[in-house]
Structure formats: C-alpha cells, structure tokens
Design a protein around this ligand. Structure first.
Ligand code: NAP
Length: 339
C-alpha cells in the first residue's frame, strides 16, 4: 500500500477547518491518522472523517507528536504560537492565517501560480496560504501576466461573510431574519449591520487609509507573482454567504486583446471562463460556491488607457480561497518533497 500521512487540522471546527476535512475526503488525500484540534470549548465534540467519528482535542504544544502535515486555520495568534511547536515535532505546517505570509523564509503559495516556491519550506518548516481574495485574483491574472506583463492592478472586492468565519455567517443569517420580521438587528462581528448593506471596511484601518485586507492584496500579489506589480485595492464586505467577487482592472506592458485574454484563460489551470454576455452568462457567487474553479468573465478592453483590460473574477473563498488551496499544497508536498 502506498504511504499514508498523519494530518492535524488546527481550527477543525471552524468555517475553513470543516471545509479542510471535506477537501481531504473529496480529493482522497492519503490520510493515515487524522487529528482534529480546536479550543478547549470544542474538546470532546465529534466530527466525521470518512464516515467515522473523530473526537476534537484541545490544541496544545504537545498536539503534534507523530503528525506529518499540520493544516492551520485557527487565527494568526494560534499560528504564531503553535506552528513552531508543530515544526519541532517534525510536522510541516501549511498555514491559512496571515501570521507568516510576508516572512522571507516562508513560501507563499498558490499551486497554479508558483508551485516551485514550495521547495523553500525547508527554511522554517512552514508554507503560507495567501489571503482568499488574493488567491483568486492571482489564479486569474497569472496567464495574462506571463503573456503581457501586468504593470498595475486596480481591484475592488465584494467579499462574502464566510470570509470572517462561522460567527459572521450566523450574524448575516440572524440579521436578515430579524429585519424581515420587522425587528431590529444587532451587530457583533462587524462594526455596522451587514444584512441589506455593504461595508467598505474589511479588517482594521492602517495609517495610510487602506485596510489590512487591502494591503494584504497589494503585498501578497507581488510576493506570489515574483514581480513588482503595483496593486491598489478596495475591499468591501457584502451580504453574500459564500463566494468572493472581484472587479479587476489591469494595465499591461504588451497589448492583450479580449480574444487573446479569452484564449489564455480558457487554457489556464484552475480557471473556468464564463463569458457570454449576450446570454447574460458571467461569474456569480452563487455558481462559484461549492466548487473549486476560479470563474472569470466580463472581459473587456479598458478604453481609457492604451493597454488595459477589465475582468470580473469569482471564487469560493472557503474552498479555493482557503481549504482547497492548502490541500493542493499538501498534495505537491507529499508528491515532490516529503519522503
Ligand atoms: P472560524 O470559523 O471563526 O473558526 C476558527 C477556528 O479556530 C475554530 O475551529 C476555533 O475553535 C479555532 N480556535 C479559536 N481560538 C482557538 C484557540 N485559542 N485554540 C485553538 N483553536 C482555536 O474562522 P475561519 O473562517 O475558519 O478562519 C480560520 C483562519 O483561517 C483565520 O486565520 C482566517 O484568517 C483564515 N482564513 C479564513 C478564510 C475564510 O474565507 N474564512 C480564508 C482564508 C484564510 P472553537 O470552535 O473551539 O472556537
């Protein structure tokens, strides 16, 4: 029998963690033992993996004995504190938080874009998964960049509440119900009501007036694309449960016609072209939810500049934006690097 790998999922009870479990099952990842870790609040609960009940354990520094790969999605401070313990126990960490993304000794990987970077995991034993809104953007832009060299990106996001975790999913559901029943809606996750509203704030504001989420898109894009592409971003939370949408404008060194862009994207890994406007076919969050492709459409020339294109890009933030991307990295890791 081929080798099996012992996996730990840190944050197994969360929006991303539960999707990780599903992704490992769906992709038939060769799992030996599975360890499901979360806070003390969840210790003793059971979750299912491949039809069997697995008890959730409290995350501690001793949780990683015998673990080969630790998939982290329990927030940045848990990753900062516990990834080093996992590495000391001999595991490779694939981290979904922002804790290690901009560390020079940690590769930041989207398998369709820079799989070669995984080789750098040996420096710290950690591989970082990018921010969800960055992942789908670079999957769509990489083939265009390889052909025409992108100089500048202007992106506006329309991000689903699941990007803020399971409490935010509940908040939108409860607020919507309360408002439809004529009752006032309370907000705890977001600074304002999210139901029937759009919030031009994702994460905290920085001194330059951008939010942390926006600056993640700026910095992570340059690191993943290994280029000094200039990006400016506006990140907006919208009352959608699953699936981030993005309006992306690019300026390229070499002209890319709409036909050429379609041809490049039609053959690009991880991309599905949905671009038939005469029949009102374009990417929508409701179609992206529950699947792994990055949907690209509304491709048109930006008539205000010499070499510019506009695109509309949508993906499931919990799947390709988090869990699927991490499992894809793990697949490459076991195939090429871990023996
Ligand atoms: P979530 O639904 O709120 O889940 C958080 C998870 O972390 C839960 O399993 C929770 O366990 C666990 N946790 C919290 N405090 C803990 C502690 N002190 N010790 C151990 N475990 C603890 O959040 P999420 O959306 O899954 O996000 C998790 C991480 O993934 C975050 O770093 C986030 O930035 C990142 N991420 C999320 C997305 C997305 O689209 N949602 C995309 C990319 C990256 P309990 O159930 O026991 O509290």
């Amino acid at each position: 029998m081929s080798k099996r790998w012992n996996i730990a999922i840190v944050g197994a009870t969360g929006a991303v963690g539960t999707q990780m479990i599903e992704c490992l099952e769906e992709r038939d990842f060769p799992v030996g033992k599975i360890k499901l870790l979360a806070s003390s609040r969840s210790a003793g609960k059971t979750l299912e993996f491949k039809g069997k009940a697995v008890e959730v354990e409290e995350l501690t520094h001793d949780s990683f004995e015998g673990v080969d790969i630790a998939l982290f999605s329990a927030g940045g401070s848990r990753s900062e504190e516990f990834c080093p313990s996992a590495v000391r126990s001999g595991a490779v960490c694939i981290d979904n938080s922002s804790a290690w993304r901009m560390d020079d000794a940690v590769p930041l990987v989207v398998p369709e874009v820079n799989p070669h970077a995984i080789a750098g995991y040996t420096k710290k034993g950690i591989i970082a998964n990018p921010n969800c809104s960055t992942i789908q953007m670079v999957v769509a832009l990489k083939p265009l960049h390889d052909y025409g060299e992108i100089k500048r990106i202007v992106v506006s996001t329309y991000q689903a509440v699941s990007g803020s975790g399971s409490k935010a999913i509940d908040e939108l559901r409860v607020q919507t119900g309360e408002l439809l029943n004529g009752r006032p809606a309370k907000n705890t996750v977001y600074p304002h009501r999210i139901a029937f509203n759009c919030l031009p704030q994702i994460d905290a504001f920085l001194d330059n007036g951008y939010t942390k989420e926006e600056m993640k898109m700026v910095r992570e894009t340059a690191k993943i694309m290994e280029s000094n592409i200039r990006t400016t971003a506006t990140a907006v939370r919208v009352p959608v449960f699953y699936g981030h949408s993005e309006s992306i404008n690019i300026e390229t060194e070499k002209k890319i016609t709409v036909e050429k862009a379609r041809e490049l994207l039609e053959n690009a890994p991880g991309v599905e072209l949905v671009d038939d406007v005469q029949n009102s076919e374009y990417p929508m969050a409701m179609d992206a939810a529950g699947q792994d492709a990055t949907l690209v459409g509304r491709i048109r020339e930006d008539e205000s500049i010499e070499n510019g294109l506009n695109l509309w890009v949508v993906a499931d933030n919990i799947r390709k934006g988090a869990a699927t991307n991490a499992v894809q990295i793990a697949e490459i890791l076991i195939e090429k690097y871990l023996k």
